[in-house]
Design a protein around this ligand. Structure first.
Ligand code: IMP
Length: 499
């Protein structure tokens, strides 16, 4: 006979936090968001901790090397998507590990025979003010010049004017050569009053750009997530099918931590994959996703360093509609967190859990932490930023970015579905969508973090551990949800104004 769970499963929006006493030392500046990501024994330090409890989702439209460096710079981690060739994924990992703070790969590149109109289109698309002009229009082609807004005047120049006629040519550029250090590059930038210094190799091929603003920005990021060699820490997604080829390549590229990316992780395929990785490599590995105690304990038994929780709550996810499996994210998390506590008491081993998917408001992150998550994984949240791999597009009067599920036809990532054998999936579990463009990762993250720290202070906690121990969480009724928003007033933003 079937087992019934007759309590409805809950989502984050159905809960609120009740404030505890806020003592005078409990201020946002005193809140520490450091959190473990790999299992550890009581009294010992985890091998890897995050400085902020954020990870970006294992998705084509979210986590590439650019997102990974940007997020690690702020103290979180990206798991680079695995739905690409092993070589391409390893190369992204390598780029993160080899990234030198302050040296960026040029993301706006054109050829000299393109036009002013092309420059303007590119600028509208990605808001970069500096365009590198290379022989082949790539970020590593022979550098022929640079275009910034100082090189053209819209009132005077025609839009079909070739770039070669108005760019600052290489012969007039001040540039650095391979091997230059960041302080040296910075000295040149200051001495010559530059905004950007291109770095070229001995064949004049573009390697990096160093921006004045990035140098300052790096100094503003004391929370960068670094390994012992001062490279950024990076994760990567794997599947349960080609792991025997993929994992060695990722380890060789320097990956710090893997995660098995799957919609349902309570499977013998996951168990075998974790065991294989643990037996053959010295690399950390997380597994998932699960939504209950049994799934959690099964993956812990396999040797997983952390366990990811959540089925069907993702913003682009239609798993629940398609297959009828899943559980409200809050209920799943609370049950797994309880199992983790019990396991910790019995064994003295703390296994971090990650709440994956379904974060809509910033306070959902704080709630997830209060319910026992050690960190969250988000797709939609990060997809909105400049640093995500997708194009910024204009729809009507608004800018958007594309965002598609790993289980959508577009991603064609059938390897994340454990159907046994090599057969692909014949129905979709995700959609292809837009999300509103929201600017840079750093400015959004800073705001979110400030909100979270303020909430934690309301709850009398200056660390995630304290929040998990002291939080008082209440269910809310449908009518109190209405009370929680602005209500019974005429909103001015509806276009009304007094005479
Ligand atoms: P979000 O933060 O709500 O956008 O959720 C992101 C999470 O959705 C990811 O970390 C995955 O666990 C999950 N996900 C990604 N792609 C798909 C899909 O196509 N179908 C179902 N779930 C997905």
């Amino acid at each position: 006979m079937a087992t019934y769970y007759l309590e409805p499963s809950r989502t984050f929006s159905e809960f609120l936090l009740i404030p505890n006493l806020t003592t005078k030392d409990c201020t946002p500046n005193n809140v520490d968001l450091k959190t473990p990501i790999t299992k550890f024994k009581k009294g010992e330090e985890p091998a890897i901790s995050l400085n902020i409890p954020f990870s970006s989702a294992v998705m084509q439209s979210v986590s590439d090397h650019n997102m990974a460096t940007a997020l690690a710079r702020c103290g979180g981690i990206s798991f680079i998507f695995g739905s690409q060739s092993i070589e391409d994924q390893a190369s992204m990992v390598r780029k993160v590990k080899e990234y030198k703070a302050g040296f960026v790969v040029s993301r706006s590149n054109l050829k000299p025979d393109q036009t002013l109109q092309d420059v303007l289109n590119l600028k509208e698309e990605n808001s970069h003010s500096t365009v590198a002009i290379t022989e082949d229009g790539t970020s590593s082609g022979k550098l022929l010049g640079i275009v910034t807004s100082r090189d053209y005047r819209l009132s005077r120049d025609s839009l079909d004017k070739p770039i070669s006629q108005f760019m600052t040519p290489f012969s007039s550029l001040i540039y650095g050569t391979s091997g230059i250090t960041l302080p040296e590059a910075n000295d040149l930038i200051w001495e010559k009053k530059l905004n950007c210094l291109p770095i070229v190799d001995e064949h004049q091929h573009l390697q990096h750009l160093v921006f004045r603003k990035d140098y300052d920005a790096d100094k503003e990021n004391p929370h960068g997530l670094l390994d012992t060699n001062k490279s950024y820490i990076v994760g990567a997604g794997i599947n349960t099918k080609d792991y025997k080829e993929r994992v060695p390549a990722l380890v060789e590229a320097g990956v710090d931590i893997l995660v098995i990316d799957s919609s349902d992780g309570y499977s013998e395929w996951q168990y075998e994959t974790v065991q294989y990785v643990k037996e053959n490599f010295d690399v950390k590995i997380g597994a998932g996703n699960v939504v209950d105690r049994e799934g959690f304990l099964y993956l812990v038994k396999s040797g997983a360093d952390f366990v990811k929780v959540g089925i069907g709550g993702g913003s682009i996810c239609i798993t629940r509609e398609q297959k009828g499996i899943g559980r409200g994210q809050a209920s799943a998390l609370m049950e797994v967190a309880e199992a983790r506590e019990q396991y910790y008491k019995e064994t003295g081993i703390y296994v971090p859990i990650c709440s994956d998917g379904g974060i809509v408001h910033d306070y959902h992150i704080t709630l997830a932490l209060a319910m026992g998550a050690d960190f969250v994984m988000m797709g939609r949240y990060f997809a909105r930023f400049d640093e995500s791999p997708t194009k910024k597009l204009k729809v009507g009067n608004n800018f958007v970015k594309e965002f598609w599920g790993e289980g959508s036809n577009r991603a064609r990532n059938w390897q994340r579905y454990d159907t046994g054998g090599k057969q692909g999936l014949i129905f979709e579990e995700g959609v292809d969508s837009y999300v509103p463009y929201a600017g840079t990762l750093k400015e959004n993250l800073d705001k979110t973090i400030h909100k979270m720290k303020s909430t934690m202070c309301n709850c009398g906690s200056t660390s995630i551990e304290e929040l998990q121990q002291n939080a008082r969480i209440t269910l809310v009724s449908a009518t109190s949800l209405v009370e929680g928003g602005a209500h019974d007033v005429i909103m001015k933003e509806n276009g009304l104004s007094a005479e």
